[in-house]
Design a protein around this ligand. Sequence first.
Ligand code: HEC
Length: 138
Amino acid sequence: MRMRFLAPVVMSVVLLASCGGGSENKTEKKEESAATSETPVDNSMVTPGAAEAAASKGAALIEQKDCKTCHKPDTKLIGPGYKEVAQKYEATDANIDKLADKIIAGGSGNWGEVAMTPHADLAKDDAKEMVKYILSLK
Ligand code: HEC
């Protein structure tokens, strides 16, 4: 009679203990995973994420403009392929600036006699985004 009365009490103590232990472990794990996932999130906001965002902005601008009537990523069309351009120029600030001006002003001479049409309505910053994207296509 006494044991029967005690059994559920003992059981619930055991259960409580194991539950308590379990939830403690869970919180520890949560903290751990929060700590480990924080670092990559921070990194992606500083470098790779930012680079990707910039590249996709340039890609989107190129899509909106007439560039693809004369340029393709891999092969020469009327103008050089973007990968050829990326191989010819390093992605330095000076080159990005120079190529952005060239897209806006148009002209020939670096790849042959055929001239690129001017894009006078293009903002310099947008042209730079496009060049950054092109030069990322090595
Ligand atoms: C009418 C055809 C045409 C269009 C449209 C055109 N391009 Fe070009 N692009 C050319 C030609 C031709 C060249 C080679 C010029 C040369 O020999 O200096 C060139 C060269 C380039 C170069 C390399 C410049 C250099 O001096 O090496 C870049 C970068 C470029 N184009 C980007 C663009 C972008 C971005 C657009 C869209 C805004 C665009 N092009 C639109 C024909 C075109």
